[in-house]
Design a protein. Sequence first.
Length: 226
Amino acid sequence: MKRSVIGFLFLGFVFLTPGQAKADINFDFTGNIESSSPYGLDLGSTHYDMYWLNLSMNSDPVTVNSGDTINATVTLDKPLTIPASVSYTYLGLYLTTSTGYYPNIKTSAIGGTIDFYNQSTVPFMTESLNDTGTESQIVPSIVFNPPANGTITFDSLKYTGSLAQLTDVSDPDNPEASSLYIDGGMLHYQLTHNDANSVVPEPSTLFLFGIAGLGLLGLKKFKIFV
């Protein structure tokens, strides 16, 4: 009998040890439209209009683990209008870390939905997310293809979903990454025009592409439209 009780208590300790349970993680962001960074560029036959908005994080920084449920709210100081695109519109909410860029840390299967609001507590649109993966950050994202790539105006959005897995590809013997520290956020959209064969880049590629593009403002290597 004693062995049964000890065994039961041991199993309870294993399954209830902190770090094993999955958590509900809440993020609260605000954004000032005037502080955004819109720009455009031409690469080959394709024109891109891009928009980056750094978000202020009003909630505490948090460590996210595989399987956690993520709830993120973004409230803007005034409505944001995303213009219509020709080929497709990409919209991503980037949950980021200021501690560095870690390409070996992969996030995958970021599912869920985003609710869009405009001067109302009732969402006017709910979109299911693309099941994306990226590096060193969590990026719930949507691609609006024709005919759904028209103008969208909203002043807040709410993301609800989960992070299925964190993987550390630098350690093949122990690939499960323990956690990812999140202490910042950005809102990004990209309008792609004039190339029906364009493919949607991975979110990490868009992130690096966008940062590089910001550095190109004012240079003549590309046609920049601000």
